[in-house]
Write a protein of this length. Structure first.
Ligand code: SF4
Length: 311
């Protein structure tokens, strides 16, 4: 079997949409988060330290257009023909009035060689008025709306203080997809209270959502978070995966996932100075290579055990 077809990868997805190479540029547009300021909750998700989101070129005080231009300049020195997607990544990128949001999104799109937007947000922060606007925007440019799902289990969502339920996620994903907007999600594998078996079962639930793309992240304990305190007090409540163990968990998850969902990444990387554990010392591409190698060893492929698989 061709290694590229063992799972649906993001570069293949981009190649199907664009006739040139495309790079995402992360932006910190200075949004806050409704799960921190009391609108949806206080204190934020227990694992969240937002300092982990931003590369050096994106600083909150700079206007969106400037951040995007600096990001483009950074990459275009090495790849002059590359085009870009402006990625509204930090905090909750739909948490402002409609006019302000439009101004920021459109400012990013005006930068030369920017060919689309990726907007990361919470599922409880997507009003219909914004979806109406995004539906129109999606007819003019490439757009992905990416929701933090994290878990399909409401007990876990409560425990990590997400401030929304899985039903809320399902509703937002469906409404977005109904408008023909590409819809992404990210989940964290290894949250406290979830066994390997439960995590793998979640792949079937995720598969029922009309998602186009999915990011998988390992649970990372980050300094300064509530979860770091919980871990210090009750380490027995956590299972921190070793790299090889997480690779097998990820492959099991993929085997139960709908085959057409595009996998954008398998791990996230918090800055070393903020990371408590696990520290695998693997870069994203190194990890991906190990997943591919292991899938081959196991003769595994995405959707191998997906229950609704067409025979
Ligand atoms: S993870 Fe996202 S939703 Fe949760 S507190 Fe951090 S910024 Fe807010």
């Amino acid at each position: 079997m061709d290694e590229r077809v063992r799972y649906n990868d993001f570069s293949g997805f981009l190649a199907a949409h664009f006739p040139y190479k495309v790079q995402k540029i992360s932006i910190n547009a200075g949004f806050t988060c409704p799960n921190r300021d009391g609108t949806k909750g206080y204190g934020g998700c227990t694992y969240c330290n937002n300092q982990t989101f931003n590369p050096a070129y994106c600083h909150t005080e700079k206007p969106v257009g400037q951040q995007v231009r600096e990001g483009v300049a950074f990459f275009s020195r090495k790849y002059p023909k590359m085009k870009y997607l402006a990625y509204f990544q930090a905090y909750t990128n739909t948490y402002a009035g409609l006019e302000e949001l439009k101004r920021m999104y459109e400012e990013a799109l005006e930068v030369e060689n920017v060919v689309g937007l990726v907007i990361g947000t919470r599922p409880d922060c997507m009003p219909d008025s914004l979806l109406d606007y995004l539906e129109g925007l999606n007819r003019q440019t490439f757009l992905i709306v990416e929701y933090g799902i994290e878990s399909t289990d409401n007990r876990t969502l409560k425990r990590i203080n997400r401030g929304h339920t899985f039903e809320c996620t399902a509703d937002a994903v469906r409404k977005t997809a109904q408008r023909k907007i590409l819809t992404g999600g990210h989940v964290i594998l290894g949250l406290p209270g979830e066994s390997g078996r439960q995590i793998i079962a979640q792949a079937e639930t995720i598969s029922e959502l009309p998602l186009n793309t999915l990011k998988l992240h390992q649970l990372q304990l980050v300094k300064g978070t509530r979860m770091a305190h919980e871990y210090a007090e009750h380490p027995e409540e956590f299972h921190l995966y070793k790299a090889d163990e997480y690779i097998d968990l990820t492959i099991d998850y993929l085997e139960h996932l709908r085959p057409d969902i595009v996998i954008e990444r398998f791990i996230s990387q918090s800055p070393k100075e903020l990371l408590i554990a696990p520290d695998w010392g693997l870069k994203n591409y190194e990890f991906t290579e190990r997943i591919k190698k292991r899938m081959k060893e196991r003769d595994s492929w995405q959707g191998k055990h997906y229950k609704n698989r067409i025979q």
